[in-house]
Design a binder for this molecule. Sequence first.
Ligand SMILES: *[C@@H]1O[C@H](CO)[C@@H](O)[C@H](O)[C@H]1NC(C)=O
Ligand SMILES: *[C@@H]1O[C@H](CO)[C@@H](O)[C@H](O)[C@H]1NC(C)=O
Ligand SMILES: [Ca+2]
Length: 610
Amino acid sequence: MFGGGGGKSPVTWSPSYFPVLSRARLAHCPASPRLVRKSRGPHGVRRRESPVSLSRRSSSSCLRSRLSGILSPPARYTRWTRRSPGVGVTMATVALVLGVSLLFGWAPLGAGATSQPPNIVFLLMDDMGWGDLGVFGEPSRETPHLDQMAAEGMLFPNFYTANPLCSPSRAALLTGRLPIRNGFYTTNGHARNAYTPQEIVGGIPDSEFLLPELLKKAGYVNKIVGKWHLGHRPQFHPLKHGFDEWFGSPNCHFGPYDNKAMPNIPVYRNWEMVGRFYEDFPINHKTGEANLTQIYLKEAVDFIKKQQAHQQPFFLYWAIDATHAPVYASKSFLGTSQRGRYGDAVREIDDSIGKILKLLQDLGIKENTFVFFTSDNGAALISAPKEGGSNGPFLCGKQTTFEGGLREPAIAWWPGHIPAGQVSHQLGNVMDLFTTGLSLAGLKPPSDREIDGIDLLPAIVQGKVIDRPIFYYRGNEMMAVRVGQYKAHYWTWSNSWEEFSQGIDFCPGQNVSGVTTHSQEEHTNLPLLFHLGRDPGERFPIRVSSLEYKDALLRIFPIVEEHKRTLIPGEPQLNVCNPAVMNWAPPGCEKLRRCLTPPESKPKKCFWLH
Ligand SMILES: *[C@@H]1O[C@H](CO)[C@@H](O)[C@H](O)[C@H]1NC(C)=O
Ligand SMILES: *[C@@H]1O[C@H](CO)[C@@H](O)[C@H](O)[C@H]1NC(C)=O
Ligand SMILES: [Ca+2]
């Protein structure tokens, strides 16, 4: 099997990857880079390749030539095939177990006699790193509540985001789909990160199903608190995409702006703006003081109390942003951390999460509320150490497809259902929160589209480990893939020499020669391979001539080939910018008499630096 990673009862189950285990699939080999370049679609994205174009003979000879013929391929194939029957049995068993739990929804997982599906709370951090929590080894140990949450629940050391940047990561979480599928990427440049600044024209397509939209079918009331980041024009408003309530902002809390060249970011309550950052919701860059985390905490508390009183199941998406630069904390937390202002922000968040969990306990609904904590992307080392967090032992940070860019802290908490103090070696992804949320509500994911997220309940409740790859995308390019403990980089790039020479460094103090490259380097023919168990910091590429390299890539190639062959990219949403679409006159501005006049419409290609 794929060497899942040492969980209690490793199993292999994943219908979408089942084909890679068959003899026929194994014979496939990814097209050569030359072929791939020729087959780029109109947006520079790889088109589906015709399966007929890869004959078994030519692909196995292609595999053989790529692995420089040291190993005899037939022997490998025989071993794979012999393993298959055993795998099949395991898969059938797991499929049965999963089928049963799907049929009965949440009920057999111990929700008891209540007639309501469990409440769902996602605590999504912004730019918080894997290494920022005491329970993950942060030396100052200033997160007692999150550490306690882990002690009462399940820790996921192998949890990922779908993209190293806010907007695409959040789009993936809420749709269960890779940004390349849901449209949250750009084709203006190869492998460029893109998001939703004020001048972005695009946003979450109407054709995407968001988790809250689907949860409504099961009677959930949904609230988003904090940063939306899936587009700020009227058609992208969160209340048009399944949320019933919103308190927060459509974009990052950058600023202050002059309201002439650029408006300050609005803060919304539901449909209407209630003020703007810096003007009505101050963030003091000098002192670091802002009350936003306290306000977001109150929004969460009020919502939970209200839903509890109404006896309605709820989904709370608490997407707060105090750990995104400019980092902030309220007065009583400022100066309390040994880590500086960033640590102050973490301490306030930790305290707030402690209060939310305590509230669930006090209201007597902790056993009927599934809580998941994670972050949208790795710590922004470009702002570190003053305004950025820690990615622990991992390489680089936000913006990159090294582990520091996508590996996230993650904790599941659901007393009475999740045994306390567990560690899951499941390879998880924020996209799984979509599928898991649906599963908790007794719903099935849409069947008319590819869903990348898997249901984590078998991992969480039964301690299973489900084999699945992790794809690391940057814009329109699959940069790397993880299979078991192996990670293969098909492309490497930190940022350009030009940016780097201006002091922009996504990997400060972490120059790994040939790995943290400042030009886009393609390794499709012979991917750079790391064993993340022995080398979590991606410092020691495995020798291409080694048996281990060949074994690993014989597992990885078919998975990547299958992924690329079946990938249907969505229409890219992050290509067009226009100053006229900025937050000049959000709904509600008339009442506040705070509407600004937009400039002339001038659509242009957005320029994405990295
Ligand atoms: C935060 O709230 C306190 C108490 O209401 C107030 O005194 C203080 O000015 C607020 N600070 C900011 C930066 O808004
Ligand atoms: C990284 O190190 C290598 C050699 O160890 C050196 O050639 C290269 O210039 C360094 N790159 C940067 C960006 O410092
Ligand atoms: Ca972020």
